[in-house]
Write a protein that binds this ligand. Structure first.
Ligand code: GCO
Ligand code: MN
Ligand code: MN
Length: 392
């Protein structure tokens, strides 16, 4: 059996805000002290992560002077160099300050929209200085409670204007960044614009620099919407738009839980890792594997590192399970059983008059096909037995 201890080559990353989460929730105070970003980087490196991601204000507190920012950033860069850690992704906090109570890029107040652009440009400068080539946009408070306050089409147009502007800002400064848009269906607003990855994918197709922009799907967000995370990720992969991913765990129908990866819905997590790693075939995802989750509120700092190691170990264990599953001859046989090499090219080769007449002339025994069992009960049980460790 391989070692499941994470190493840098595994491309695992955490946000400063994830392992740094002090456990505050709407009903209770923090249960852990706030950790220094430099300490977080050193501990993550020890745990086997390769990188750390951040919002501007995770590192530089809101309202810091230029001098304070320089001191903080230069110490942080030294810690990154000492530990060999990278910053693959950066993002902007457009949700904590009360100025964003009615959204940032979609706010009705042009001064708020201007401030959101100003803050994002500055945060992109910071991200570029730290080497980030991916820039995430999570809408945060881009939504409503009193939906009568604006035409939702204005919100979408404002969001489009902001993305078009910021793409040009990256190009103008030679930052070489790609943008990853993150959808979330609810929390913290009552209604949120562009609530799922599918919505984001279409929105991207309306942008001026479409090729620069992809998605950052998150397990919890699609599960909260009652959707299959793997299917959403697959659609993004199929159109080369999976630029980044937020891994965590979530129970359906609950508040935003941000649980340790794989701690809920093990089968869903397995199918996701199988897809990302391409063990069934197809292109693999080779970007950062980012955990956007936090330790239970019951934990002290030691529990935070147990949590971080747990996320990474579970991913690696599931990868090994997926390899074993897809090379299990019984699994391969069930999946291959319905292949028909003679008919397939007619369905994948596009339209021609000849193909149309071949299809029209085919004698298809629908009753025989309808009567045939597909052995998916057996296939799913094989999956369960691989997961339970009695096979493979
Ligand atoms: C959430 C979101 C955030 C974003 C982060 C990066 O539910 O709060 O997932 O954690 O991922 O702000 O943009
Ligand atoms: Mn989230
Ligand atoms: Mn997220």
């Amino acid at each position: 059996m391989s070692s499941f201890d994470p190493i840098k080559q595994d491309r695992f990353t955490f946000g400063l805000w994830t392992v740094g989460n002090p456990g505050r929730d709407p009903f209770g105070e923090a249960v852990r002290p706030v950790l220094d970003p430099n300490h977080i980087v050193r501990k993550l490196a020890e745990c086997g992560a390769s990188g750390v991601n951040l919002h501007d204000n995770d590192l530089v507190p809101f309202g810091s002077s230029a001098g304070e920012q320089d001191r903080i950033v230069s110490e942080f860069k030294k810690t990154l160099a000492d530990t060999g850690m990278t910053v693959p992704m950066a993002t902007t906090n457009l949700f904590t300050h009360p100025v964003f109570k009615d959204g940032a890029f979609t706010s009705n107040d042009p001064k708020v929209r201007a401030f959101a652009l100003q803050k994002t440009m500055r945060a992109m400068d910071l991200g570029a200085e730290l080497g980030a080539k991916l820039y995430v946009f999570w809408g945060g408070r881009e939504g409503t409670e009193a939906d009568a306050c604006r035409d939702p089409r204005s919100a979408l147009q404002r969001m489009r204007d902001a993305m078009d502007f910021l793409c040009e800002y990256s190009k103008d400064n030679d930052y070489g960044m790609r943008f990853a848009l993150e959808a979330k269906p609810n929390e913290p607003r009552s209604e949120i614009y562009l609530p799922t990855t599918g919505h984001m994918l279409h929105f991207i197709s309306t942008l001026k620099n479409e090729e620069m922009v992809g998605v950052n799907p998150e397990v919890a967000h699609e599960v909260m919407a009652g959707l299959s995370f793997a299917h959403n990720v697959a659609q993004a992969m199929a159109c080369d738009k999976l630029f980044h991913i937020d891994l965590n765990g979530q129970k359906m129908g609950r508040y935003d839980q941000d649980l340790r990866f794989g701690s809920e819905d093990l089968k869903g997590a397995f199918l996701l890792v199988r897809l990302l790693e391409g063990t069934l075939g197809g292109k693999r995802y080779d970007g950062p594997l980012h955990f956007d989750a936090h330790a239970y509120r019951s934990e002290d700092e030691a529990g935070v590192w147990d949590f971080a190691k747990g996320c990474m170990r579970t991913y690696k264990i599931l990868h090994e399970k997926a390899l074993a599953f897809d090379s299990d001859p019984d699994v391969v046989a069930i999946i291959a059983e319905q292949n028909d090499a003679a008919i397939d090219p007619l369905l994948t080769g596009g339209y021609s008059k000849e193909t149309a007449s071949s299809l029209l002339g085919m004698d298809i025994d629908v009753d025989a096909i309808a009567a045939r069992g597909l052995r998916y009960e057996r296939l799913d049980q094989l999956l369960v037995e691989h997961l339970l460790g009695v096979r493979g």
